[in-house]
Design a protein around this ligand. Structure first.
Ligand code: HEC
Length: 161
């Protein structure tokens, strides 16, 4: 083999390695930017809609409207279920918080002040992670575009922290 051929092979390998790296990094960034609860994924939203009807609608409302007078404490001293549509504050939270609250409940000291008591159940043993992401995708799918984008920004910022 002449040294010229060897150089060509070397350059070729280097170029191949470089292209591989570019593709890998692009794929990783794309994955990172994409939420696991995707309101544009019709299959995920359809699954989430049925999970919502069975597990969430009784408290959060058939149309995600929440319980009546949801801003006022109940006689028990606890809070009613807030709406999940754009009129509530669900969209004020990034994905990880919504997922955590649904899976573990309003854990005092983590998602609520210490000692906080809540009627929100923990769904960790009733729903799989995929079902929880699906229900969140469904909830997002009813938000107007502006609210969706605001919550997506929050989710992205919370990842960078
Ligand atoms: C038994 C009634 C009940 C059911 C069923 C229920 N929730 Fe809740 N949920 C609540 C209540 C009450 C709150 C408000 C808790 C508080 O502030 O103490 C709440 C709060 C939440 C919050 C926090 C919202 C915010 O803006 O801070 C999320 C997220 C949530 N629920 C998701 C769900 C999902 C998803 C389901 C179905 C898988 C579900 N909940 C089923 C009663 C319920």
């Amino acid at each position: 083999m002449t040294s010229g051929t060897r150089n060509k092979i070397g350059v070729g390998l280097l170029a191949a390695a470089f292209s591989f790296l570019v593709v890998a990094i692009t794929a990783a960034l794309w994955h990172e930017g994409k939420s696991r609860a995707d309101p544009d994924d019709r299959g995920q939203v359809a699954l989430g809609k049925s999970v919502y009807a069975q597990r969430c609608a009784a408290c959060h409302g058939t149309n995600l409207e929440g319980q009546p007078n949801w801003r006022d404490k109940l006689p028990s001293g606890r809070m009613p279920a807030p709406p999940h549509d754009a009129s509530g504050h669900t969209w004020h939270h990034p994905d990880t918080v919504l997922f955590g609250i649904t899976k573990h409940g309003l854990v005092p000291g983590k998602y609520a002040p210490p000692g906080y008591q809540s009627d929100m159940p923990a769904f960790g043993s009733a729903l799989s992670d995929d079902e929880i992401w699906a229900v969140l995708a469904y909830i997002k799918s009813v938000w107007p575009e502006k609210i969706r984008r605001a919550q997506a920004d929050l989710t992205r910022e919370s990842r960078q922290r």
